[in-house]
Design a protein around this ligand. Structure first.
Ligand code: ADP
Length: 163
């Protein structure tokens, strides 16, 4: 079975992330979305909240071959543990490339059998990032169709205390 692992912070999951997960689900028999439990960056949502939001959003799609888990430790180790031969990442414009390239080189050194597949972000999500959306919501701006509804509600509640 072809299994892909799609890791990330998902703080919170956006329609850009979901787009990558569903496109990967057409390429692989199974996709496992991995929510980092111990990220290197400061996050707004707890691990349980991020996991729950990703689960709800994935459950709202027709994809039956996407699992959602949390994980700690090296991404390549976890990918191996779940039988994933491939790591999937999304690439937005040039800025993501350098980071992904560095990470891919290191991962290849640690786990030579693990391949990386980068999917180009769809045009409508090129400028979408969790951090940008957090800023917009915090400042009371509209986010239209960039976040799943359940995530938008959770984000507004978290940032403004209002539903
Ligand atoms: P990380 O800290 O691992 O980058 P993120 O949650 O920010 O965690 O991103 C997870 C993955 O999803 C990364 O590969 C990132 O480039 C990708 N991604 C983030 N936003 C988008 C988007 N709008 N379209 C496509 N891919 C995206």
């Amino acid at each position: 079975m072809t299994v892909a692992f799609y890791p990330g912070a998902f703080d919170p999951i956006t329609n850009g992330h979901l787009d990558i997960a569903t496109r990967a689900a057409r390429l692989f028999e199974k996709v496992c979305v991995g929510v980092y439990d111990t990220p290197a960056k400061d996050l707004l949502f707890s691990t349980e909240e991020r996991l729950e939001l990703v689960r709800q959003v994935v459950a709202g799609t027709s994809n039956k071959n996407i699992d959602v888990v949390t994980y700690t430790g090296l991404t390549v180790d976890f990918a191996k543990k779940i039988g994933a031969q491939t790591i999937v990442r999304g690439l937005r414009v040039a800025t993501d490339f350098e980071r992904e390239f560095d990470m891919a080189m290191m991962n290849k050194k640690i786990a030579p059998d693990c391949e990386l597949v980068c999917l180009m972000a769809s045009q409508q999500y090129q400028f979408v990032s969790s951090s940008r959306l957090k800023e917009v919501v915090a400042l009371g701006g509209p986010i239209n169709d960039l976040l799943p509804e359940v995530v938008e509600i959770a984000l507004r509640k978290k940032l403004t205390g209002k539903d």
